[in-house]
Ligand binder design. Structure first.
Ligand SMILES: [Zn+2]
Length: 167
C-alpha cells in the first residue's frame, strides 16, 4: 500500500521569507551541485522568457534554459528539477516516498514537494510559481476528465490541491 506523505509536514524545515537576495539563491544552487555531484546541471544561454527546465532521472542531468539563477523563479525551477530526480512519486524507479500512481500531475507535485523541503528559503513568489504550474496542469487535465479519464487526477486529499491553491 502506498503511504501518502503527511501534507502538514510540508512547510516544516522551509525557511519562509518575504524576499530573498539572488546571491543567496545562486550560492545555494552551487551548494546543490556540490551536494549531488552525480547530477549534472547544464545551463543554457537563452536569457529571455520564463524559466524553463528539464530533468532526466535516468541519466541524472538537469537542463536549464537560463544561463544562471537570475530570479526566484529560476531558482524555484532549478530545485523543482532536482525534485524530479530526488523527490517523491517520480517515474524511473526508486522514489523515496512511494511509487507514482497517477502520472504527470503527481510527479510534478512530487518535484515541488522536494523543492519546498530542500530550498534554502521559500518566498510567496515561489508559492505563486508552484500554484501557476499546478493550476495549469489541472486545467489541461480537465478535457481528459470530461472524457472520463479520472485516473490522471490526484485524489482530493492529495497535497497537490493544497499547493495548487496557495498564494
Ligand atoms: Zn516538472
Amino acid at each position: 500500500m502506498n503511504k501518502e506523505r503527511n501534507p502538514r509536514a510540508l512547510p516544516k524545515g522551509v525557511n519562509r521569507v518575504a524576499i530573498i537576495a539572488c546571491d543567496v539563491l545562486r550560492n545555494h544552487a552551487a551548494e546543490l551541485e556540490k551536494l549531488y555531484p552525480d547530477i549534472e546541471v547544464r545551463w543554457g544561454d537563452i536569457s529571455r522568457g520564463a524559466a524553463y527546465g528539464r530533468a532526466s532521472k535516468c541519466e541524472r542531468f538537469i537542463r536549464m534554459q537560463a544561463p544562471s539563477i537570475r530570479s526566484a523563479d529560476d531558482y524555484a525551477t532549478l530545485v523543482h528539477e532536482y525534485g524530479h530526480i530526488l523527490g517523491p512519486w517520480q517515474r524511473g524507479g526508486g522514489g523515496h516516498y512511494s511509487k507514482p500512481r497517477s502520472g504527470r500531475m503527481i510527479e510534478e507535485c512530487g518535484a515541488w514537494v522536494w523543492a519546498m523541503e530542500n530550498a534554502v528559503a521559500w518566498t510567496p513568489k515561489m508559492d505563486r510559481h508552484v500554484q501557476r504550474h499546478l493550476g495549469w496542469l489541472a486545467e489541461r487535465a480537465e478535457h481528459k476528465v470530461r472524457r472520463g479519464n479520472t485516473r490522471i487526477i490526484p485524489p482530493s486529499s492529495h497535497v497537490y490541491w493544497k499547493l495548487a491553491a496557495r498564494g
